[in-house]
Design a protein around this ligand. Structure first.
Ligand code: NCD
Length: 324
């Protein structure tokens, strides 16, 4: 008989990086996400997380991620505990992450912590000090693993496959965290995919990141989005991350780079009919509003999928679907 972990690879575990996920795990989760999508469509009342408190700690701004986590917890019958704003907590008095995490676990009697934080290693630190699973909802410029899952779920839903694709990731690849998790996960679980990393040279993926990709991964680095418009199956736009430039005292550099790449309705017209345009959002000038009317625009569906994926992930981490 399979152990609970063999049946459900997420059960009782932290979810802090895409590095440890394989194709069977993703398939398992996507199957649960499909069920969540159907349950939401049928307005089913679920009690999968009844009796569970989930603490939601966001040290950075968020709209889609926080709303979808809160919705996911409530739709599953769980209880959300969160601060209005981390600035209203003892973090303002200098309390460190380990103490905040231990406080939340004990005071909220929480079963899991969802954490967004500006430090690249925040989720690892939290996981070290918490006795309950930690879910990374965005860590610094390094990782956004639940976003990668919902991105790949969207690619699969729209294009019917996650293999044999040409994926162009575009924009701020230096500071953007969504692309780092997406490329790494897709490179790991997909077969025969080809990547184009499209950015201004000053916003290219860090060499250390490129070195961490599978050695046989097929990719090129280019500056002009026009070069891949007609070939790409997926064009994944991202915003230039102003906050990181500001934090490093580089606002002038941001002003110079912020408009270096953009997707317009005319450019979308040049794409293959069965291709898609994605964006984790929020957007700035890089994704024109007129693109929204193009049937290839997938970003609103993408954000909606975030709720189903996070419902599935919370279910799999806190319960063992299929065995109970
Ligand atoms: C992204 C993030 O926070 O990294 N947003 C999101 O979660 N959908 C992308 C961004 O802020 O540019």
């Amino acid at each position: 008989m399979p152990t609970p972990q063999e049946q459900n690879p997420f059960y009782g575990k932290d979810f802090i990086t895409v590095n440890e996920i394989d194709r069977p795990s993703v398939d398992f989760l996507f199957e649960r996400a499909d069920r969540m999508k159907a349950a939401v469509a049928a307005r089913e009342v679920l009690n999968i997380l009844s009796g569970h408190v989930i603490a939601v700690l966001f040290y950075q701004p968020s709209t889609r991620t926080i709303f979808s986590f809160i919705t996911a917890i409530k739709r599953l019958g769980g209880i959300v505990v969160s601060a209005q704003d981390m600035k209203s907590t003892s973090v303002e008095k200098g309390e460190n992450l380990p103490d905040t995490v231990r406080t939340v676990q004990n005071v909220a009697t929480a079963s899991a912590i969802v954490l967004r934080h500006w430090d690249n290693t925040s989720s690892e630190i939290a996981a070290k000090f918490a006795d309950i699973p930690v879910i990374n909802a965005g860590s610094g410029t390094a990782e956004h693993p639940t976003q990668a899952l919902l991105d790949i779920y969207t690619i699969k839903s729209r294009l019917g496959r996650i293999d044999n694709l040409h994926i162009a990731v575009v924009g701020d690849l230096l500071y953007g965290r969504t692309v780092k998790s997406l490329v790494k996960l897709l490179a790991e679980i997909g077969e025969n995919n080809q990547f184009s990393f499209v950015s201004h040279p000053d916003l290219a993926l860090p060499q250390s990141y490129l070195d961490s990709l599978p050695p046989d991964l097929e990719y090129n680095q280019i500056e002009d989005l026009g070069e891949v418009l007609e070939q790409a199956d997926v064009i994944y736009m991202t915003r230039t991350q102003e906050e990181w430039f500001n934090a490093l005292g580089k606002h002038e550099e941001y002003e110079l780079l912020k408009d270096s790449l953009r997707m317009t309705a005319e450019m979308a017209d040049q794409m293959k009919p069965d291709s898609i345009i994605m964006h984790p959002l929020p957007r700035q000038t890089e994704l024109r509003y007129r693109v929204d009317d193009d049937p290839r625009a997938a970003y609103f569906e993408q954000m909606r999928n975030g709720t189903f994926i996070r419902m599935a992930l919370l279910e799999c981490i806190l319960t063992n679907p299929g065995t109970n």
